[in-house]
Design a binder for this molecule. Structure first.
Ligand SMILES: [Zn+2]
Ligand SMILES: [Zn+2]
Length: 672
C-alpha cells in the first residue's frame, strides 16, 4: 500500500521537487518524487516508520513558493501513472531556501553571515553564469578552489551534490566596506557579521550605503521625508572602528522625489500589516522564495507620507540584502528602502566584492484574488525550457531562445555561445543586435505577444481577437496564420494640446479658458509639452501627480476603495479611442472638484468599458470566442476588475508562465 501526497505546482521549475528529493535522501526515507505539468506527487511506502516525521519536518524544509497550491493525500494499492516533465539543470535566481538560511544565521557553521550561501535549488546562481552549459567552469566562480570541507559536501551533502557554486567563508568570496577615508575587509565569520551590523547601523543613522547585491548595485537608506527628525539620530556604534564613528555627519540627502520612486524593503514580516494593506495572497507572495516585486496600497501614516497611496514593495531577496535586513531589524527598523543604481552612485559607504555578476531585471507580480500574473522582468521567469519543434533562434529584449544540448532555453542573450540555426527571428526594435544571419526575419511585439499566449493555451492556428495594452491600446485579429492590427490606436501628439482641445466641439474653448484660470500652473506646463509624450504621462501631469507616468496613475487608483460611477468620455470615433476627448473629460471633472484617486480609478474603469464593448463586436465579426489580453497595462486592479465584469464570460487568455508585458515576445516568436 502506498501513501501518496500531491501538491499543486503551476510551473515547470523544478527546484521545489528537487529540494524534496534532496531532503528525502538526507533523512534516508524511500520516496519517489514526480513532477507533472501541474503538480508534485510524492509516493511513499505506507509502512515506512520515518514517514510521519518526514511529513512533519517537510513543512519547515520546503519554502513558500508562488507556484505551490493546495495539497491532498490518499492511499493507493498502485502507483499513479503520470507524465513527468523533462528536467534540466538551470541556474535559479531566488532567495536562499530555509536550510541555507539556517546556516547563514548559525554561528557554528562555515557560512555564518556568508551572503553567497546557496544549494542546488536555491539562491542567486544565475548572477554568476557566464555561459551554458551551467558548470563551475562556466561561471565567474571558476577561479575559486573549494576547500576540503566544501569538496566533502559536494560528494556527500544531498542538498549540494555536485553543486557548481559551492563555497564558504573559508574558500569563497570576500567582502569589504569602504567609507571615504577607510576600508574594512571581512575575512572571518566575525568580520562578515560586523560588516552587516555596521551597514545597518549607518542606514539607521540616516546614511546611505551602496551595496553590490546579486541583483546589481542597490543604494540602501532609511526613507524619511522629515530631514530634521533624522538629523537628531546620532550614530553611536563606536565599537566598530571602521571610520563610521569618526566620519563627520553628512546626511546624504535622498530627494523627496527619489524616496517616492524607491523600492520599499520590508525587513520585518511582522510589520507588514501595520504599514501595508495586504490581502492574504499578497502577503504570501512577498514571503515566497521567489520574492517578487509587488505594488501594494499603503496603510500607516508613515507609509502614506513616504510613498503616497501605494508603494513598490519587496522582502529581502538575496544573501546581501537578507543579511543587511536581519541587522536592520536589530536596530529597531521595520523597513528600509533602496534604489537600483550603478556602481558609481554617490553614497556614504560602499559594500563591495570582487566577483563579476550579471543582474537580471527584477520581476513584478500582479495579484487579483487567486490569479497571479508576471507583469514584467526576467528574474524568476527566466531561464526556462520551452518546446520548439523548428530550427529557429528568437531574440527580443536582450533575451534569446537557443538550443543547448537538445533542449531549448530562453535566457539572456550573452549567456549563449555562437550557435548554428536555420533561421533567426529578431524583434524589430532590437537595434543593438546584429545577427549577420542570411535568414533573418523581423517581427513586431504585438504579434509575438499574442502568439506566446495562444501557444501556452494550445490555440495556435485558431482564430482569435487580441487586446494589446501597453501604454497604447491596440485591437488585434489573428486569422490562424497572421496577427493583424485591426483597430490601431489613434496617434497622440502632445504638442499644441490646447489648440486640439479647444476645437474638439462646441464649448470646448470655454473649458480651456476656465481651466487656465483655475489651474494656471498646469495650464502652462501643458502648453509647453513636447510632442512625444504618451496619454498617461499627460494625464498624470494634468492631475498633478508626483509620479508623472502610467505607474503614477495606477498607484493613485489603487487607493480608491469606493465604488465607481464616474464616466470618462472616451468618445469612440470609428471605434477608436479619442485621446483628446478623454483629456477634456478629465479636465471638466477636475474643475468639478472630483478627487484624484476617484478619477484615476475611473480612468481604468472607462478603459475597461471601452474594451468590454469593442471586443465582443470584433469577436462576432470574425466568428471566434477566443480572446487574448496582453500588455503591462492590464496589471491594474481597477482595469482588471472591470474587464472581469465586461469580458469575464469570454474567459480571456493571459500569459501564465511568461510576463504579460514585453518579455513574452521571445517565446511567442517561436510560433510566428
Ligand atoms: Zn538552499
Ligand atoms: Zn569552502
Amino acid at each position: 500500500m502506498y501513501f501518496i501526497f500531491e501538491i499543486a505546482f503551476n510551473s515547470n521549475k523544478n527546484y521545489i521537487a528537487n529540494l524534496i528529493r534532496a531532503y528525502a535522501e538526507q533523512v534516508g526515507i524511500e520516496a519517489e518524487i514526480l513532477q507533472t505539468k501541474d503538480k508534485i506527487v510524492m509516493i511513499f511506502n505506507q509502512d515506512d516508520e520515518k514517514l510521519e516525521s518526514f511529513l512533519l519536518d517537510m513543512q519547515d524544509m520546503i519554502p513558500a513558493s508562488l507556484f505551490l497550491g493546495e495539497g491532498k493525500h490518499y492511499f493507493s494499492e498502485e502507483k499513479p501513472s503520470l507524465i513527468e516533465l523533462s528536467q534540466t539543470n538551470l541556474p535559479v535566481n531566488i532567495a536562499p531556501c530555509p536550510s541555507c538560511q539556517k546556516e547563514m544565521f548559525d554561528v557554528s557553521t562555515r557560512r555564518f553571515y556568508y551572503p553567497f550561501t546557496s544549494c542546488n535549488n536555491c539562491g542567486s546562481q544565475h548572477s554568476f553564469l557566464t555561459k551554458y552549459p551551467y558548470t563551475r567552469e562556466n561561471t565567474t566562480m571558476k577561479f575559486l578552489v573549494p576547500c576540503s570541507a566544501c569538496e566533502d559536501e559536494r560528494a556527500h551533502n544531498s542538498l549540494r551534490k555536485n553543486y557548481p557554486l559551492i563555497s564558504c567563508i573559508e574558500c569563497g568570496i570576500g567582502l569589504r566596506m569602504l567609507s571615504k577615508e577607510t576600508e574594512y575587509m571581512a575575512l572571518d565569520k566575525g568580520d562578515y557579521r560586523n560588516l552587516f551590523k555596521a551597514s545597518a547601523g549607518a542606514i539607521s543613522a540616516g546614511k546611505t550605503v551602496l551595496v553590490k547585491t546579486m541583483h546589481g548595485y542597490r543604494k540602501f537608506f532609511y526613507p524619511n521625508r522629515d530631514l530634521d527628525a533624522i538629523k537628531k539620530i546620532k550614530f553611536t556604534d563606536k565599537k566598530l572602528d571602521i571610520g563610521l564613528a569618526r566620519s563627520p555627519y553628512s546626511f546624504n540627502q535622498i530627494s523627496e522625489e527619489k524616496v517616492g520612486l524607491s523600492t520599499l524593503l520590508m525587513v520585518n514580516a511582522a510589520s507588514f500589516n501595520e504599514h501595508l494593506m495586504l490581502v492574504e495572497q499578497e502577503f504570501n507572495a512577498l514571503l515566497s522564495i521567489e520574492r517578487p516585486l509587488l505594488r501594494v496600497a499603503t496603510k500607516s501614516d508613515a507609509m502614506k507620507r513616504l510613498y503616497g497611496s501605494s508603494a513598490l514593495v519587496k522582502y529581502p531577496d538575496d544573501g546581501m540584502t537578507m543579511l543587511l535586513a536581519a541587522e536592520a531589524v536589530k536596530h529597531g527598523l521595520e523597513y528600509i528602502a533602496y534604489i537600483e543604481c550603478e556602481s558609481t552612485e554617490e553614497a556614504d559607504f560602499l559594500v563591495d566584492f570582487d566577483m563579476p555578476i550579471t543582474a537580471q531585471k527584477d520581476t513584478k507580480l500582479f495579484i487579483n484574488q487567486d490569479r497571479k500574473l508576471f507583469v514584467s522582468g526576467e528574474r524568476i521567469v527566466y531561464p526556462t525550457i520551452v518546446e520548439n519543434q523548428i530550427n529557429r533562434v528568437t531574440v527580443a529584449h536582450d533575451l534569446a531562445c537557443v538550443e543547448v544540448d537538445g533542449v531549448n532555453i530562453i535566457d539572456s542573450f550573452e549567456v549563449f555561445d555562437s550557435v548554428s540555426t536555420q533561421e533567426i527571428y529578431v524583434l524589430d526594435t532590437e537595434e543593438d543586435f546584429e545577427s549577420g544571419h542570411s535568414n533573418e526575419t523581423q517581427f513586431k511585439q504585438y504579434e509575438a505577444s499574442m502568439l506566446s499566449v495562444l501557444a501556452e493555451y494550445d490555440k495556435v492556428g485558431q482564430k482569435a481577437i487580441g487586446v494589446h495594452f501597453d501604454g497604447t491600446l491596440n485591437f488585434l485579429y489573428y486569422n490562424g496564420k497572421k496577427v493583424i492590427n485591426a483597430v490601431p490606436a489613434i496617434e497622440f501628439e502632445s504638442d499644441n494640446l490646447w489648440e486640439k482641445i479647444s476645437t474638439l466641439r462646441d464649448g470646448s474653448d470655454r473649458l480651456v479658458n476656465n481651466y487656465k484660470k483655475v489651474y494656471p500652473e498646469v495650464w502652462k506646463r501643458l502648453d509647453n509639452l513636447e510632442g512625444n509624450m504618451d496619454i498617461f504621462e499627460v494625464t498624470a501631469i494634468t492631475l498633478g501627480l508626483e509620479d508623472e507616468s502610467f505607474e503614477g496613475i495606477s498607484a493613485e487608483a489603487v487607493s480608491f476603495l469606493g465604488k465607481g460611477g464616474l464616466q470618462i468620455d472616451t468618445k469612440v470615433k470609428d471605434n477608436r479611442f479619442d485621446n483628446y476627448a478623454f483629456l477634456t473629460s478629465i479636465m471638466s471633472y477636475q474643475l468639478g472638484d472630483v478627487e484624484n484617486n476617484f478619477m484615476c480609478y475611473s480612468i481604468y474603469e472607462s478603459f475597461g468599458d471601452y474594451i468590454g464593448e469593442l471586443v465582443p463586436q470584433l469577436c462576432d465579426k470574425v466568428e471566434t470566442g477566443i480572446v487574448v489580453l496582453m500588455g503591462e497595462t492590464f496589471a491594474n486592479q481597477s482595469l482588471y476588475g472591470r474587464i472581469e465584469k465586461t469580458l469575464g464570460h469570454k474567459n480571456p487568455l493571459m500569459s501564465k508562465n511568461f510576463p504579460i508585458g514585453k518579455e513574452n515576445a521571445v517565446h511567442g516568436a517561436l510560433y510566428l
